[in-house]
Design a protein around this ligand. Structure first.
Ligand SMILES: Nc1ncnc2c1ncn2[C@@H]1O[C@H](COP(=O)(O)OP(=O)(O)OP(=O)(O)O)[C@@H](O)[C@H]1O
Length: 388
């Protein structure tokens, strides 16, 4: 299976820039996910790869085959690209049986009768639908229909599989099961796969690489761990997982640590990847990103380093954890913890190894103002040590 490269893809709809110089590479045989909020350009990117949209500018190639090269005037039709595609609405042919749905794309490719039968049997076996070959789509469950759609995309051995939110029509439980099954199938077949979703949990569990998009631009490409643990921008930290953002100023800085002034208090930070960032200098404004599940809620009189004092607004039971809504200075923070802590005020222990630091002020839309009736946070100076 070939590697797929997308280079500086640009697409405008009138004055609206749907894609702005989007570039990425999908490794041979890997599972690559385009993740981002609604309207960020995921489907336009996928449709451009499929040949269903024609970008204004850019280059797309799979192995030695160039699908699109705007500079050279190269543009292959969808039929010339040998790709398999599955949409959210499985788009099965309702008047054909399961086997009939798989047979049509083979007939269109002029595959011989005996070879068609062999491939249909093998693919239905792969997706676990052997016994269902003579059923019609309306006689199948949603999950089974989704498997038929996948089988139909795989039966003619495409070079690359393109999946546009294929699990979103399934209910929550079935969707979780389908993730494991889909990942296994992709690994068994070994096919290069590009997957579109706005569901971060789906992206994290399924992917070898995730590309986070926003407003037609690529924000970050990396493994699920990189995207979650080391986001390169507040926007990525905000979209993947739940993150609290705090504004601060670098007070002191050395090779390994930085001390950040947070309102009335200070924060000590051990420097990781950001060590080489030239914009992190003494006196510069920064944004700290702290994941909700990495804030430990303790009693208000808890002693030690890295403790913020916050007002307790609300504690919500969510099964495996409690969700705390807390007021800190003029913001609402969210923490997830398994323990029960009460009182108008609590302590928040920050794990120094799990805080991200970004240059500059936080975007206003990332900050959540505290509600007017919330208990006020302590004015006392906080001292927090954070590793980045
Ligand atoms: N045919 C079109 N004409 C005009 N604007 C379009 C067209 N198709 C898409 N857009 C716009 O381009 C932007 C990107 O759309 P796209 O469908 O790629 O987003 P998306 O990330 O896939 O969103 P969703 O998750 O909601 O499907 C959106 O602002 C959308 O309104």
């Amino acid at each position: 299976m070939p590697e797929l490269t997308v280079h500086e893809l640009t697409k405008n709809y009138g004055t609206h820039a749907a894609l702005q110089e989007v570039s990425f590479t999908v490794r041979d045989g890997s599972f690559f996910t385009l993740l981002g909020p609604s309207g960020c350009g995921k489907s336009t990117t996928l449709a451009s790869i499929a040949g269903l949209e024609r970008p204004d500018h850019g280059r797309i190639a799979a192995g030695s085959m160039t699908f699109l090269d705007s500079d050279q005037g190269v543009y292959l039709t969808p039929e010339e690209r040998n790709l398999g595609m599955v949409f959210q609405s499985y788009a099965l042919w309702p008047h054909m049986t399961v086997a009939g749905n798989l047979e049509l794309p083979l007939k269109l490719r002029r595959v011989s009768g005996s070879e068609r039968a062999r491939r249909i049997d093998r693919t239905l076996e792969q997706v676990g639908l052997g016994p269902f070959r003579d059923r019609y789509p309306h006689q199948l469950s949603g999950g089974q229909q989704q498997r038929v759609a996948l089988a139909r995309a795989l039966v003619y051995s495409p070079d690359v599989l393109l999946l546009d939110e294929p699990l979103s029509n399934l209910d929550a439980k079935l969707r979780e099961q389908a993730r494991g099954w889909l990942k296994q199938l992709q690994q068994d077949v070994g096919i290069t796969t590009i997957y579109v979703t706005h569901d971060q949990a789906e992206a994290l569990t399924l992917s070898d690489q995730i590309a986070v998009m926003r407003r037609g631009r690529m924000l970050q490409v990396g493994s699920p761990e990189e995207i979650y643990e080391r986001p390169t921008s507040p926007a990525v930290a905000d979209f993947v997982g739940r993150c609290n953002f705090l504004a601060g100023t670098i007070d002191q800085l050395d090779e390994r640590q930085a001390t950040i002034a947070l309102g009335a208090g200070t924060v000590r930070i051990a420097l990781g990847d950001q060590r080489s960032d030239p914009s992190l200098i003494r006196g510069s404004r920064v944004t700290l990103g702290i994941r909700a599940e990495r804030l430990r809620v303790v009693d208000h009189d808890h002693n030690g380093d890295n403790v913020l004092r916050a007002g307790l607004q609300q504690r919500l039971y969510s099964g495996s954890t409690y969700e705390y809504r807390l007021s800190y200075q003029d913001q609402t923070l969210v923490a997830e913890d398994t323990c029960v802590v009460d009182g108008p005020e609590v302590g928040l222990v920050i794990d120094p190894d799990t805080v991200s630091i970004f240059p500059g002020e936080p975007d206003r839309e990332l900050l959540h103002p505290s509600t007017p009736d919330a208990a006020s946070s302590s004015d006392q100076a906080d001292r927090v040590e954070v590793a980045v």
